[in-house]
Design a protein around this ligand. Structure first.
Ligand code: GDP
Length: 170
């Protein structure tokens, strides 16, 4: 017999410093659009999208976040350095939930290298930042994604992974 599909809602919180791309990521995932309008979000943004899941129907009204994106920007080292404190803030609020670390704006790497005199320095910094992010993800035992919300790169993958992880737990 075919297993029936039910819709379950998952509430994902996207946290990180201002301007790393939280609102843009949510818009991209929920509405499929990207805009250059800049309206900085301080700290936290939420999204809720239906996901299909096999199994018994559950209460759709969820009080708090069930998964979390810890976001930082390729061109903002400070935003990377804040990732661990964002993780702690979320855990203090809602306890342990599925999380990922996301390095956004990786398309800017291509833009950066058009200025020849800066190529070496910028590439070095970007490489170092990426290595550090990989090490942090390893230490915190979290998955690490590199995204470009602008180019729609890896955004679906981030939320698919969080949804799957969540569905395994319920
Ligand atoms: P928030 O403050 O973290 O919610 O950041 P926003 O979503 O408002 O994004 C800040 C700025 O970065 C906006 O101008 C966005 O268009 C831009 N932005 C977001 N994601 C990307 C990306 O992947 N690549 C580039 N180049 N710009 C992005």
């Amino acid at each position: 017999m075919r297993e029936e599909e039910f819709e379950t809602a998952i509430k994902v919180v996207v946290v990180g410093n201002g301007a790393v791309g939280k609102s843009s990521m949510i818009q991209r995932y929920c509405k499929g659009i990207f805009t250059k309008d800049y309206k900085k979000t301080i700290g936290v943004d939420f999204l809720e999208r239906q996901i299909d899941s096999p199994g018994p129907k559950r209460n759709n009204v969820q009080q708090s976040a069930q998964a979390c994106v810890l976001a930082f920007s390729t061109v903002d080292r400070e935003s990377f350095e804040a990732v661990e404190s964002w993780k702690k803030k979320v855990e203090d609020e809602v306890g342990e939930i599925g999380m990922v670390i996301v390095q956004n704006k990786i398309d800017l790497i291509d833009d950066a290298v058009v200025e020849p005199s800066l190529i070496i320095l910028i590439c070095l910094e970007i490489n170092i930042l990426q290595k550090e992010a990989e090490n942090l993800a390893k230490r915190l035992r979290l998955r690490f994604y590199r995204t470009s919300v602008k180019d729609n790169l890896n955004v679906e993958e981030v939320f698919r992974y969080l949804s799957e992880k969540y569905l395994e737990q319920i």
